[in-house]
Design a protein. Structure first.
Length: 293
């Protein structure tokens, strides 16, 4: 693991117990492994069957291709924002959603930290510049909601900037809707032990090491801070015109299938096959902050 520096063990308090977690230890502790899948009140005991997942996903991806033809024919525009804690599964969900779409009109936006010039701009400006033109589907891998989570937790913005964001964002998103952009906001929710397990997997899989950052390690000890910011974000920015869709994501397979179903369910495209889309699982998908209570 020379490509990544040694990391000191992190002291955590989980379930009223103090734990020491050494991510460099190749053996995942039993207190993580035993609780990971059920953590955060996950409603299923095991993953969705692999073959069922693959068959269902293929049907949904065919429907997404149909929807893209419809977007191009009508000039409709779609934005999907994907948010969640580190390792919640945003990247994988975005990948399977876009996998078979024409990349000329289906873009993923994953912005790096703002430049000096961008820091001096209106906060939303660099995101607005990435918005779709006619016929486009734009998927944001994190978005302006950085200011509702990672920025205040890590002190990358001032308290005043944070408060201003929570006040202004519903009005900003109202403008998106009134401009007739179809707008989705997904929050992928995972349990604490599941996040730890996924970080550990990244640390010890040479193909995934690049996904692990010092910010991820810092987040391990800030779970409660992130939870507080998540809850307030959902309360303040879950509006009738721009609601949050919460996705329970401990099982990536169920999360991906049901999030894609949410998109297809709302789009009125030609040749829509409701049977192929199937029913949204209300144990996995919910609306706004109440779904997490």
């Amino acid at each position: 693991m020379a490509i990544f520096p040694d990391i000191k063990p992190v002291e955590l308090e989980i379930g009223g117990k103090k734990r020491s977690f050494d991510i460099d230890d190749p053996k995942l502790p039993a207190w993580v492994d035993d609780k990971a899948f059920s953590s955060g009140g996950y409603p299923y005991e095991k993953k969705l069957d692999k073959d069922e997942y693959a068959e269902t996903l293929e049907r949904l991806q065919i429907e997404l291709v149909k929807a893209q033809y419809w977007l191009q024919a009508t000039g409709k525009r779609v934005i999907a924002v994907y948010e969640g804690r580190d390792a919640a599964g945003k990247g994988g969900l975005i990948f399977v959603t876009r996998a078979f779409l024409n990349p000329r009109s289906a873009r993923v936006v994953a912005l790096a930290k703002p430049t000096e010039t961008e820091q001096g701009q209106w906060y939303y400006q660099r995101y607005v510049s990435q918005f779709p033109t006619a016929g486009e589907f734009v998927l944001f891998d994190r978005s302006w909601y950085n200011r509702a989570g990672v920025e205040p937790v890590m002190a990358f913005c001032t308290p005043e900037q944070y408060e201003k964001f929570l006040v202004e964002t519903p009005d900003f998103e109202r403008m998106v809707i009134t401009d007739r952009i179809v707008f989705f906001k997904f929050w992928l929710n995972i349990g604490r032990e599941m996040q730890i397990k996924r970080f550990h997997d990244r640390r010890h899989d040479p193909l995934k090491t690049w996904k692990l950052s010092p910010m991820d390690i810092a987040a391990l000890a800030k779970w409660d801070d992130y939870t507080e910011k998540r809850d307030r974000m959902l309360e303040e920015t879950h509006k009738p015109w721009a609601p949050w869709t919460v996705v329970r994501a401990n099982d990536k397979r169920r999360a991906r299938i049901n999030a894609i179903r949410c998109i297809l369910d709302r789009l009125d495209y030609d040749g829509k096959d409701k049977k192929a889309i199937g029913e949204i699982d209300d144990k996995i998908i919910g609306s706004g902050p109440k779904f997490l209570k």
